[in-house]
Design a protein around this ligand. Sequence first.
Ligand code: G4P
Length: 536
Amino acid sequence: MSILKEIQKRKTFAIISHPDAGKTTLTEKLLLYSGAIHIAGAVKSNKIKKTAASDFLEIEKQRGISVTTSVLSFDYNGYKVNLLDTPGHKDFAEDTYRTLSAVDSVILVVDCVKGVEEQTEKLMRVCRMRKTPVIIFINKMDREGRNPVELLDELESKLDIRVRPLSWPLGMGALFKGVYNLYKNTFAFFVSSKQTVEEDVQIFDGVNDPKLDDAFGRNAEKLREDVALINGVYEDFDIEKYLSGEVAPVFFGSALNNFGVKELLDTFVSIAPSPRKRETTQGDIEPHHKHFSGFVFKIHANLDPKHRDRIAFLRVCSGKFERNTFYHHVRLNRDMKFSNPASFMAQTKSLLEEAFPGDVIGLYDSGTFTIGDTLTDGESFMYKGVPRFSPEVFRELRNSDPFKTKQLEKGISHLTDEGLAQMFTQNVGNRKVIGVVGELQFDVLKYRLLHEFGASCEFVPINAHKACWVQFDDKKDVEELFHIRSHHLYYDKNNKLVYLAESEYSLRIAMEKNPKARFLFSIEHNDQTLDLEKTA
Ligand code: G4P
């Protein structure tokens, strides 16, 4: 098969949601439909519960399972679908943001009872930043939820995206009858079932078809009114607007009851984008570019202390990857070959011979990769767009065992490469500050430092509100910062200057006093414009 055909066949996406909206359930139903798994409950093992760190660690101990479920590839209707898993827990949100850099589209799951929740908004902000096409699935229609029109309004106002329902529900909760497909004029009758059953579907000749009265009695009029309202208010669905991230098509269903899932999957494979061009430090690279290239967006450690190896997940962006071939590690300026790259097929991991744009490869790594690294066929560009965000929680790192200093340094270096945390080193003095997205990560860090590296440490609370990267053109632009706020200046792992503000107020003052400096709350792993020399 030609490489173009291989590219067109691939749909690489992620499912995102606020915890509990139904992401895991929907993932499982998609896999059941594709025939990739045969039993319900198979995906649950990957679920990071929302409770205590101990639960997380217990689950993480079973990494064997979670590594393979990080990517779920399956074939459906002639397409090769790559579903990249994202952690449900908000403390690991940064991992999700990075995974979003490796997909071509997303399905957003919203709970019809709860509507748009905090995590939904944050995730959508990242999607909007990259203009990622989004399909919305309003889940749990078997429950007494909010009015669908209100839900659509809330999606538009809180997520700042235009929506276009492609189907419309009749009733909800105990009175939920099913959904009317606004384009195919079919009605799928709701049947409560946890198995994969063919949906009970009836075709109509538009909403004015008298057969509608036979099927729904008095409810037929309500459906006609609703459909007229929807078609009057919302513009016709325009696939180009979906592909450019302006409009999100909306479906209604119930993942638990396997209702509306097939319709979602069928539409997804027919409209979701195949791999497209991606931005690099040397301009855009098309997927059909004749040479192989890709980037690492996730690193997964093996928690078994006997096996320190990790798996670097690489998204193929152009050309064809082949096993046992030398490729160029751009950051290290070194050629490497991979004799046992892995591919992921639903629940199993197997040796991979070749891969195409859109595919994700697992590369065994003993510490050569860090997030954002690019592999090419000799070219020296690096992929952009893998984000690093300002952490939310900061603690000072203190070594508890001076005889294990080396182990601690090594451990921290490994774990920051994985993207589990960021480390900032003070400009004057030697204070080391660890920044993470959520408290839970400190427990995980501590556990892993001890069990994998034999290092013990304390994380001491400090007075810090926000870290932002400081960009400037001339040293004079940051003179005030270096003179007055020197103790709050740090360097990140890549020697980029960071201002660690104690409060919102001190951040505002620093910005006012250094008007020519740029204070950034997120940067890209490979943003070369930010490569500032260590100044002090
Ligand atoms: P998440 O991955 O987004 O966190 O959500 P998950 O799929 O785990 O679903 C969260 C809860 O919502 C689960 O119940 C799940 O069974 C339920 N759920 C998912 N889809 C639907 C639906 O369409 N209708 C209804 N009524 N419930 C749905 P749980 O009690 O927390 O877990 P479990 O005991 O069922 O595993």
